[in-house]
Design a protein around this ligand. Structure first.
Ligand SMILES: *[C@@H]1O[C@H](CO)[C@@H](O)[C@H](O)[C@H]1NC(C)=O
Ligand SMILES: [Cu+2]
Length: 228
């Protein structure tokens, strides 16, 4: 009888094998990153139309007071707790905080986001994988040519293991509050995006069978990365 009591717990733990991104550059958890709804259950967003797609915030519009000073052209390192467990891309977006507003309180709504980085799939005859698999920390390079000022930095990981069903892709994300210094300016976004708004459940990067037939290419949602 004891075994039958233990088994459901083991299954529950396996089902909860998700992850959160609570800190940048080994700072305190939620010190510079807005605390997310999943900070305890660590589960994903599966409805890309959810208002939670902006920053998955527990208390929208009430971020921590911390805004990390970072240099344009340097790296921001997101921690994953536990390490990234599902196969799929990591993507980083920025949104510039409007004049007169603060990175701690701005809501990040509207077509204000642009993609600055993603890690590209590694494809072979045996299958598709991504460099972030198993990573406890992921480095996001900031472009040298950003405008100086405050931004929200939205880090997203998409678990594609169940993406053969519509709505099966699992989105894990959080937003860090940063103040960019030393930028040369002139960054050219490839497009301005909204979260929610710019992803569709039918996007080929969100609805795909990643196992079979082995994909010959992968296009992440949100369009291309911009350039200097
Ligand atoms: C953050 O960490 C990266 C290395 O992971 C380092 O290159 C960068 O300078 C750090 N930024 C700050 C503001 O400490
Ligand atoms: Cu999971």
């Amino acid at each position: 009888m004891k075994f039958s009591a233990i088994l459901p717990l083991a299954l529950a733990q396996a089902a909860a094998a998700h992850y959160i991104f609570p800190s940048i550059n080994n700072s305190g958890n939620w010190q510079y990153v807005r605390q997310t709804v999943n900070h305890q259950h660590t589960g994903p967003i599966e409805d890309v139309y959810s208002p939670l797609m902006t920053c998955y915030e527990l208390n929208p519009g009430r971020g921590p007071s911390g805004v990390m000073n970072v240099q344009a052209g340097s790296t921001v390192t997101f921690s994953s707790s536990p390490p990234i467990f599902h196969p799929g891309p990591a993507i980083a977006y920025l949104a510039k905080v409007p004049a007169g507003q603060s990175a701690s309180t701005w809501d990040g709504k509207g077509a204000v986001w642009f993609k600055i980085w993603q890690d590209n799939a590694i494809i072979s005859n045996n299958g598709i994988s991504w460099p972030n698999m198993g990573a406890a920390a992921v480095n996001v390079p900031l472009p040298r040519c950003l405008e100086n000022g405050q931004y929200l930095l939205r880090f997203e990981h998409i678990g594609l293991h169940s993406a053969s069903s519509i709505g099966g892709a699992q989105l894990y994300l959080s937003c860090a509050q940063i103040n960019v210094q030393g930028g040369s300016g002139g960054y050219r976004p490839a497009g301005m995006l909204s979260f929610p708004g710019s992803y569709s459940p039918n996007d080929p990067g969100l609805h795909m069978n990643m196992y079979w037939p082995v994909p010959t290419s992968y296009t992440a949602p949100g369009g291309p990365v911009g350039s200097c």
